[in-house]
Write a protein that binds this ligand. Structure first.
Ligand SMILES: [Zn+2]
Length: 404
């Protein structure tokens, strides 16, 4: 054996020993070489490829125009059972004092706290954010799902919306609770349909008061498919098994969206903000069809730059065509760790601005070492000034009836 061959042989023996026997320090990918194959094995979770592309990297610290983030969560209901929020008590995720410096740095004029709760909880949400800073924070109310099986609910809920509006609520938020969690006996029994007529008076009340309904229906298509090796969001679903709506008694994605569409059709005087790009950012032709059918439908972008940015040409055309009905939103949640694509902070907004304002290529859609919603990167769409102004501010200001 020549000296060279001997060294190679020794190297291969020692690396096999390391792969087989010794613990690998955490944070370092374990490269396994199964006996004789000559190929290394790498766990998907350890794969963190660094792009070798030499392309422009634009830092956009401030949005080109002041903006309204129509989709944030500054409070949530304290209690929930099987996905259904119960009672009026709220948890508060931040104070205005911690949010305002980021807002000022990033040019965020207004944050809309969608999950403001109801009753006493709503009053508290308004008191904490909107009341001291009415030009910076707005609050939406939420239906009292835990009353939905009681006699007289339909009328009660419509009146609750009117009371919430009087208390200062600027819209109504409907979580995916409706369609996926709320059941005939609240947390048990058959799922309640999105277009169940018991909610008709509530939708009508919103139309009569001229306040929008921000509605989240269904979830990404991949969440309705088996969590297997063909699922493009395998890692995300593997990390959050409860996000999968495959099997059991869950309706399919298409069925949920069609039920939502029947609500939009039945209440043409009510404005609906179909959150997360109409909850079907993977299928912009379908969202376009909905936009054409329902003039009372607008969409916002929250937590979907990952989807829009991987189909930049299609997205650009979509935003161009519906430029008067698209709102800026992020789904920002202060102090989270679970979902990097939603953690409120400087980095999150920089990504949105880069996507909307630049033509940068192949960058991360979330501040995370591994893309959290699927293993791909995104491309900026470089919107022109007139469309940026509408998306960042004007469209939302019109819907919220802001005077300034
Ligand atoms: Zn949200």
């Amino acid at each position: 054996m020549s000296a060279m061959n001997r060294r190679r042989w020794l190297e291969s023996v020692s690396s096999a020993a390391i792969a087989g026997a010794l613990p690998v320090p955490s944070g370092i990918a374990q490269l396994k070489s199964p006996e004789g194959s000559g190929k290394m094995k790498l766990d998907l979770a350890d794969f963190q490829p660094k792009s070798m592309l030499h392309v422009p990297e634009t830092k956009v610290h401030r949005s080109r125009y002041p903006l309204i983030d129509i989709h944030t969560h500054l409070s949530i209901r304290s209690k929930s059972v099987n996905g259904v929020g119960i009672g009026e008590e709220m948890d508060f995720l931040a104070t205005p004092e911690t949010l305002l410096p980021v807002m000022d740095r990033r040019n965020i004029r207004i944050m809309v706290n969608l999950t403001g709760g109801s009753g006493k909880g709503l009053e508290e949400s308004i008191r904490k954010f909107q009341q001291p800073h009415p030009d910076r924070f707005l609050t939406f109310t939420e239906p009292s799902w835990d009353h939905a099986n009681q006699p007289g609910y339909a009328k009660f809920q419509a009146e609750e919306i009117a009371r919430a509006h009087l208390a200062g609520a600027r819209g109504v938020k409907v979580l995916k609770t409706l369609g996926l969690y709320l059941r005939e006996n609240i947390s048990e029994g058959a799922l309640v349909k999105i277009d169940d007529p018991r909610f008709d008076p509530m939708w009508e009340a919103c139309g009569a008061l001229d306040i929008p309904v921000a509605i989240h229906v269904s979830d990404p298509e991949a969440f309705f498919l088996p969590t297997d090796r063909t699922n493009e969001r395998f890692e995300e679903l593997n990390n959050h098994p409860d996000w999968s709506f495959h099997g059991k008694d869950f309706p399919g994605n298409a069925e949920l969206l069609e039920a939502r569409n029947r609500v939009l059709a039945k209440h043409p005087k009510t404005q609906f903000i179909a959150l997360h790009v109409g909850n079907n950012a993977e299928n912009l032709p379908y969202v376009s069809e909905c936009m054409d059918r329902f003039p009372n439908m607008t969409v916002e972008l929250a937590a979907r730059v990952g989807e829009l940015g991987r189909q930049p040409r299609m997205s650009r055309k979509f935003i161009d065509k519906y430029q008067d009905r698209i709102l800026f939103g992020t789904d920002a949640v202060p102090n989270g760790t679970d979902t990097p694509q939603q953690i409120f902070g400087d980095e999150l907004y920089e990504i949105y601005y880069r996507f909307l304002e630049t033509e940068d290529e192949y960058f991360d859609y979330a501040p995370a070492p591994i893309p959290p919603q699927g293993r791909w990167r995104i491309y900026g769409i470089g919107l022109p000034d007139d469309i940026l102004k509408k998306v960042y501010y004007e469209n939302a200001a019109r819907l919220l009836q802001l005077t300034t």
